[in-house]
Write a protein that binds this ligand. Sequence first.
Ligand code: PMP
Length: 289
Amino acid sequence: MSAFAYVDGRYGPINDAAILVEDRGFQFADSIYEVVAFLNGRFLDFDKHLWRLRRGLAALFIEGVMEDAVLRAIAARLLRQSRYRDGILYVQISRGAARRNHGFPKASRPTVVLTVRSFDFRQRQQQLQAGVAAITLPDQRWARSDLKTTGLLAAVLAKEEATRGGAFEAMLVNGDGIVTEGASSNFHLVDGEGRLVTHPPSTAILAGVARDGLLQLARQAGIEVQERPFGIGEARAAAELLLTSTTAPLLPVVSLDGRPVGGGVPGPLAARLGRLVWQDVVRQTGWAA
Ligand code: PMP
């Protein structure tokens, strides 16, 4: 079985799941989503993801979504049904189906879709040892990248270009030469003084849950954190480059546009922070590779 889905009250294999063609998620990307990791059958940082989901729904004026406790119960049932131990939960909520018209429909009920699929997080631990490559690309997304909407075309095209270039991720650079974030991750650099530098939360980036966890762990460990924009030149000259996301909790970026970053191998802060991040995963879930 490839994956399991819940769609508006029905549970089953993902290939049997369907939404209406007039769903506004399909027609307009009029929808918010979340991605939550589970390891050892336990969700990681579920509270933070639900908080961000609610913030996004409020920003889009999508109302009438069931309570968090119900979403949690659906997620738990899907997980039991799937029998997956390690994987990824997607929650996608659209404004619902209605006759096609840009303006909000007078009456519509949100469409709620949850899916679970298995994912082997051990590959991320291997990548933590080896490092990954990134390429730089212009940030062509809309001006509300803080909202996790399913309008992901610019990110999809950037990721495809990275993949074709043999890279793991695209580092997005805005018109002022500032590194905003990755196509599906947040970027951070380590400067010559060993400080961790990362773009501050703003409408230009998604404030990642993994980013938040990383900064908290770094501060607890006495590592100085600077939340400020950094440019592409600073990124190229950085001692280390790191990326974070729910599906890649911490990865060192050892090559940028084919040129080595730092020594071209994962640096000491990547190793140290990587240990802290995975210790936290184990603490939350009891996971064992
Ligand atoms: N930025 C973007 C554009 C993303 O798509 C993601 C992954 N969803 C992230 C950052 C990382 O966010 P998180 O740590 O919450 O997965």
